[in-house]
Design a protein around this ligand. Sequence first.
Ligand code: NDP
Length: 313
Amino acid sequence: MNHTKLLIIGSGPAGYTAGIYAGRAGLQPTLLEGMQPGGQLTITTEVENFPGFPEGVDANELMDGMRRQAERFGTQILPNAAASVNLDHRPFQVTLDDGSDWTADSIIVATGASAKYLGLSDEQKYMGRGVSACATCDGFFYRKKTVAVVGGGDTACEEASYLAGLASKVYLIVRKPYLRASKIMQQRVMENEKIEVLFETNTVGLFGADGVEGAHLVFRKGESDERRYDLPIDGFFLAIGHHPNSELFSPWLQTNDEGYIQTEGDTPCTNVPGVFAAGDVADARYRQAVIAAGSGAKAAMEAEKYLGEKVKS
Ligand code: NDP
């Protein structure tokens, strides 16, 4: 059995920043990197809005810098994910995906969020053969080809713009008659000649012999002028939002209807004393790297306070 005063679960901006702060506070935290070291940012390209980088910064460089900064202050980083937790027991019990057992006096949950899919059986059928939720990971395979991106938010616009730099044609499939994305992202999409926005359009299936060769689309579904047609494409990219990775903790931690961990007021404190939540797993509203980093700092400060009071009592 291994023991740590503070276990940080997750390695996005929230987890690493918690590691930097808790490390500097002398807590010698242990951090589990999880399935996606560096978190969601590592599947994007350039980050233009993280303060301190006026020309933008490569997302992987940014995360690697945070990782090394956490290590510099004594955070022990393990390449594992948490497989199960027990928050009834004190110290808290955590089993890792390699089967090792850990106990922790306090925990920071910074497990982030994952991409959503439409729920079509064809998405599973063509996964890795034309279906992707990460343009920056898979866009390279679609050079000079035709692709579609689903979604109308900032992610969809960003992915469509990125893919337009590689593919010969990009369709943006938007279910509403407008984009939800910020004005600057909308403008980038609208001004890009390679991108064609298909408003009021839903995808109901995909087709193709070995991989994706096209999508079955419906324009103005359920309306008198509803039109069903097939759009030939080589790649189908999902960018319709994310769901929080909170399932492991939901038997103990209060979550909202969408599964985001609920914290007390403006703090990262959960309903279980000693367990804190930081970053996108607890943030349905902002979901920004800089905000996740800030909440990681807050969680480490609260953990330090909690552990200090525990020693005194
Ligand atoms: P959003 O939740 O903002 O947008 C999701 C989009 O997907 C919406 O257009 C939504 O449509 C659509 N959608 C959801 N479900 C379906 C479905 N079943 N079928 C078809 N369309 C669907 O998610 P994002 O990932 O775009 O952004 C999340 C947050 O991250 C936002 O706050 C965003 O501003 C931020 N972000 C910031 C970036 C930056 O600053 N560089 C980059 C990327 C994201 P509808 O509008 O109809 O609900």
